[in-house]
Design a protein around this ligand. Structure first.
Ligand code: BES
Ligand code: ZN
Length: 478
């Protein structure tokens, strides 16, 4: 194995520039799943991946999950690309998942360069939307397989893959496909690996064994039949926006404490044993404050910041649809507004219970306002949290691979973000799932100037390959 892996590492080093060009090619496809006008680009990105894997000899199955209504338009959901590369009964089978859709990005959001053009900076940053989330990592699997084939190196496992184009928009249609294909396309899977999260800091790699869930809500307040002039109607009608602002202000205090009664009742207490897992991690408030560009950190202790990221629920307010938000002044009373907020959930919170508590609380608060407007709470999606023991051999393989590439033992982390499909795989395929991140803490996923460092991208391609080689020689039944 050592010989093959060394050769593979050498080839990755030799091909660095070519791999960056491949990343450039896919960053140029603006596969924004939340934008109806970009749906064709999302589909094009899925087709690009399928074509490239098929060229390599993989067997692919394209599943079109159906339709979606977006911005009043009926759209085809982008394809889920399932694949099988290699089918040798003597090898283990690893299933990898990734998403080829990206978050929206506009130059005017504050990007220093065009978001859909990959720019290589002098300091090694490869800047572009999707570079770290999740195009770099999904290319990692492809480039690993291509490199093995070109050099005539034996590919260590049978690889199955599942790439979707709706992750950033709640993975519509994906769960049903996984349930349906569990005994078909996914049959024979030994372990799952997902590379769609980030290191805790900038230097030390990690393996991740927990994610928070997310319950997303729209709080709609509707009043008059049309927008009104505030000079004529202000002070004489119940204003939807005023009601909404009152209600939103009741959800969470300025120190991040959720104000909805009962929410913390379902949270599992932190055990003494768990406290130990917060020791010696590559995480500092100084580095975090630098990444934030301004120190807005609530907690005094690093471990409390991590607990509030990984271990406790949080509530964030995202925006208001229907409100006036353009530059300049407009004396309007909006007729109908929708406040958007979400809770990140942790063990043992149940999305159904969360939705009940949120709805009951908002209804009670709305009743107190004595408003004649109409209010509705809509839960748009509720993805569950995931927590797994890091003692499984799949994690041992991930740790060995990390040591081989980076020369250090990885930190064990959990994440504040969500990848709801993780639990769907674990529950329906009955196999262990490892989260093996490629990017670093300061990559700025979802933000402006998203990047992956050249080092993380190139070493990451090695890491994913090394992991497959380690799986091949690790007893997964232990
Ligand atoms: N790559 C992220 C998941 C993630 C975010 C992992 C932060 C670790 C830290 C993924 O693309 C994502 O953003 N997921 C959404 C899921 C949601 C739409 C259900 C998220 O977390 O908001
Ligand atoms: Zn992602």
């Amino acid at each position: 194995m050592a010989n093959t892996v060394d050769k593979y590492f050498d080839l990755v080093d030799q091909n660095q520039q070519k791999f960056i060009e491949t990343l450039r090619e896919v960053v140029e496809i603006p596969s924004v799943s939340s934008d109806a006008s970009k749906r064709g680009e999302v589909v094009r990105m899925g087709e690009w991946l399928q074509a490239r894997w098929e060229q390599l000899g993989a067997q692919c199955k394209r599943i079109d999950p159906g339709k979606q209504i977006l911005e009043g338009e009926e759209l085809d959901l982008p394809p889920v690309i399932l694949g099988q590369y290699g089918n040798d009964a003597n090898k283990k089978t690893v299933l990898v998942y990734g998403h080829y859709d990206v978050q929206p990005a506009l130059l005017e959001d504050g990007w220093a360069t065009d978001p859909f053009t990959l720019v290589e900076m002098d300091d090694g940053r490869l800047v572009g939307r999707g570079s770290t989330d999740d195009k770099g990592p999904i290319l990692g699997w492809l480039l690993c397989a291509e490199t093995h084939k070109q050099a005539g190196l034996d590919f260590p496992v049978n690889l199955k893959f599942c790439f979707e184009g709706m992750e950033e928009s709640g993975s519509e249609g994906l769960d049903a496909i996984i349930v349906d294909q569990a005994d078909k396309w996914f049959k024979g899977t030994d372990v799952v690996c997902i590379s769609d999260n980030y290191w805790l800091g900038k230097n030390k790699p990690c393996l991740t064994h927990g994610l928070r869930g997310v319950s997303y809500f729209h709080l709609q307040v509707e009043g008059p039949g049309a927008d009104l002039h505030s000079g004529v109607f202000g002070g004489t009608v119940h204003e939807p926006m005023v009601d909404l602002v009152h209600l939103l202000s009741k959800l969470v205090d300025t120190n991040g404490r959720i104000q909805i009664p009962g929410i913390y009742d379902q949270v599992m207490p932190v055990t003494d044993e768990e406290e130990l897992t917060y020791e010696n991690l590559e995480f500092s408030h100084t580095a975090l404050a630098t990444d934030l560009k301004h120190d807005v950190i609530i907690h005094a202790e690093e471990r409390d910041t991590l607990k509030h990221r990984w271990r406790y629920p949080t509530l964030s307010i995202h925006g208001v649809e229907g409100a006036f938000y353009s530059p300049g002044d407009k004396t309007v009373i909006p007729a109908k507004v929708k406040g958007k907020f979400s809770l990140r959930t942790v063990p043992n919170m149940e999305p159904k219970r969360v939705a009940e508590l949120v709805t009951a609380f908002l209804e009670k608060e709305f009743a107190k306002l004595g408003s004649k407007n109409r209010m509705r709470v809509i839960e748009t999606h509720g993805g569950r949290w995931w927590y797994s023991s890091p003692n499984h051999p799949n994690f041992v393989a991930g740790a060995r691979a990390t040591e081989l590439v980076y020369g250090v033992k990885p930190d064990l982390t959990r994440e504040g973000g969500s990848i709801p499909v993780t639990l769907t795989f674990e529950e329906n395929l009955n196999v262990n799932v490892l989260l093996l991140p490629m990017g670093a803490a300061d990559d700025g996923a979802h933000s402006i100037n998203e990047k992956i460092d050249r080092r993380n991208y190139i070493q990451g391609i090695k890491l994913l390959g090394a992991y497959l080689h380690e799986v091949a020689v690790t007893d997964m039944t232990a």
